[in-house]
Design a protein around this ligand. Structure first.
Ligand code: 2YJ
Length: 236
């Protein structure tokens, strides 16, 4: 899925095992979040089989430590952005856009690469907009909604803004909002497929029960698409 989402080629296990990835704690803004960096490193070790570690130092000193330890790639996040950068090639990936592509891919692949009904994108931030563009490129019929409406279109077609989305049910939904329990059973058609990267989780228990397929996680999909995008354009 992550290769499909990032349009990248498979990287051999040998190469991945020799790839060093530093996760750098960043103290600005709201500061260090629990074990955010440890979780990123764990995801990268478990799913990408790379040599991932958390730097002992934070911020600029952490970046310097990553360089001195010959990291091939760094991951770091503050309140505004969560980025990965390949220090050898310059390839960079933004978690918001990567997460949107990842969850759009899950929906698309889950539907057997033929989505034959409209997909409703809820939330027009980086995640929702990137899911929109990923699916639009594949000819999928789309509708979208965001609380800020046209002011937050991010390249999505204002003509396809669905102000009354909550008055009907949908077969396909991408929930990229921050609204809890936004999607209830009445919005979900039996057999629905839903991709739900939004935090917190946006489905009620009844909506969850009525859906056939729900894709959900809070970090691994985005981190893995970022990793693949960071490995783009040649070896690490
Ligand atoms: O290093 C740390 O532990 C913290 N500075 C991690 C902060 C993590 N923050 C995020 O991932 C934000 N969701 C970044 C993107 C926000 C864009 N709305």
């Amino acid at each position: 899925m992550a290769h499909f989402a990032s349009a990248t080629e498979y990287v051999s296990l040998t190469e991945r095992k020799n790839t060093k990835v530093a996760c750098i704690p960043i103290t600005s803004g709201d500061g260090i979040i629990g074990d955010f960096c440890e979780t990123c490193a764990l995801i990268l070790r478990e799913f990408a089989d790379v040599d991932a570690f958390v730097t002992e130092m934070t911020d600029v000193a952490g970046l310097n430590e990553a360089i001195l330890k010959k990291a091939d790639m760094v991951f770091m996040a503050d309140d505004n952005a969560c980025l990965c950068r390949n220090l050898n090639t310059g390839a960079t990936s933004d978690n918001g856009y990567a997460t949107g592509r990842g969850f759009a891919s899950l929906l698309y692949l889950g539907a057997g690469e033929k989505i034959d009904d409209e997909v409703l994108i809820l939330g027009a931030g980086k995640v929702g907009a990137s899911a929109w563009h990923f699916l639009a490129e594949r000819g999928v019929a789309l509708r979208w909604y965001d609380l800020l409406e046209e002011k937050n279109a991010h390249g999505m077609d204002p003509g396809l803004l669905e102000k009354t989305w909550s008055r009907r049910d949908w077969r396909f939904i991408v929930d990229a909002t921050t609204a809890p329990a936004l999607i209830d059973a009445c919005h979900v058609r039996p057999g629905a497929q839903i991709s739900a990267p939004g935090i917190p989780f946006g489905l009620t228990e009844a909506a969850l029960q009525k859906s056939e397929m729900v894709f959900r996680d809070e970090l691994p999909t985005g981190i893995m698409v970022m990793f693949c995008e960071g490995m783009k354009n040649g070896r690490c």
